[in-house]
Design a protein around this ligand. Structure first.
Ligand SMILES: [Zn+2]
Ligand SMILES: [Zn+2]
Length: 325
């Protein structure tokens, strides 16, 4: 037996010994098929080490998911509601009859809400501001602005190996979409201003959003209704010039985070700084990325839509994809 063959024989013995040992561990996953890569997430914001658990999925199955626990409110935020009709706050999405749409929180918005029957400005020009975390907004109308709770821990379950569902998960209002690179929940559309209680016959409570597309939930955690990395392009595309996003680095190619179905989300462009032209209805397509050079299905955020997160997801998510305590 030549030296080389002997070496190979010894090596194969060693390999089988190691794999035998591995087999002794229950449910040892083949991590080579895993898409989730914790090194893409901002480890400074992690509370504990990332663990692999078996989780109940939305389709009734079980699957290996990475459990990632982040501290809340890791990034600066605001401004939100302006104090008076002469001030400028953050942004809002108004769905009333007069002057609807994505806009800055300033006089034109309050004038429109007053024209639609809501009493949101008093005789001194002060805006009615309410904290949705401390009860129902006052009747008449209000700009909603909640207080942060720094002690919350946010837990995300991300499927290790994404598996497509039989139909798209159409993201509903305030439904979790995934987790950002900083550990911030990515969330579907904010609540309707005309249907959130606050005004006569209900309605008239408009959630305030900061210029990066996020705000504090009534329970105290900051979350993003927008992919913040493309926010200044979104503001520009919507002719908003009074405010801009400065709390998040703007980038056309950044890794934005993971969708709750396990697929990565990128900013508006691919790594070669071209805008993809083959996106599906969920803003997704398959191509190579910087982090996945062999190619992977991934979503993009829009640099013009408001909000700009993927409107649907292709894969199966965990039942408790996002929880907090
Ligand atoms: Zn929200
Ligand atoms: Zn792409």
């Amino acid at each position: 037996m030549s030296y080389k063959i002997l070496l190979l024989f010894c090596l194969s013995l060693l390999v089988s010994f190691v794999s035998c040992n591995k087999d002794d561990e229950e449910d040892d996953p083949n991590t080579s098929t895993h898409v989730f890569d914790q090194t893409l997430l901002n480890s400074n914001n992690l509370i504990s080490s990332v663990t692999l658990i078996e989780a109940a999925m939305s389709d009734g199955s079980t699957a290996d998911c990475y459990q990632v626990v982040f501290k809340c409110n890791p990034v600066g935020d605001g401004p939100y509601c302006p104090e008076t009709i002469n001030d400028i706050g953050g942004v809002g999405i108004y769905d009333g009859n007069t002057n609807p749409g994505f806009q800055v929180m300033k006089a034109a918005l309050w004038d429109a809400m007053e024209a639609d029957g809501y009493d949101i400005v008093d005789e001194n020009g002060n805006i009615s501001i309410a904290d949705p975390g401390s009860g129902a907004p006052p009747s008449g109308g209000a700009c909603l602005e909640a207080a942060p709770d720094a002690n919350l821990e946010l837990t995300f379950l991300i499927p290790a190996a994404p598996k497509n569902a039989s139909s798209n998960d159409e993201i509903e209002i305030v439904e979790n979409v995934g987790v950002s690179v900083d550990g911030i929940p990515l969330t579907g559309h904010p609540p309707s201003a005309t249907q959130t209680n606050g005004g006569p016959g209900g309605g008239g409570a408009i959630p305030s959003i900061d210029p990066c597309g996020g705000h504090i939930d009534p329970f105290g955690y900051y979350h993003l209704h927008f992919g913040a990395e493309a926010m200044n392009e979104v503001l520009e595309a919507n002719s908003i010039t009074d405010v801009s996003c400065s709390n998040f680095t703007q980038s056309q190619t950044a890794f934005v985070g993971y969708a709750k179905d396990g697929y990565p989300i990128y900013s508006s462009h691919d790594s070669d700084v071209t805008e993809p032209t083959d996106l599906d209805e969920c803003y997704g397509h398959t191509s190579a990325t910087t982090d996945y050079p062999d190619g992977i299905y991934h979503y993009h955020i829009s640099n013009s839509e408001a909000p700009n997160l993927p409107p649907c997801l292709k894969g199966i998510s965990a039942q408790d994809a996002f929880t907090y305590e």
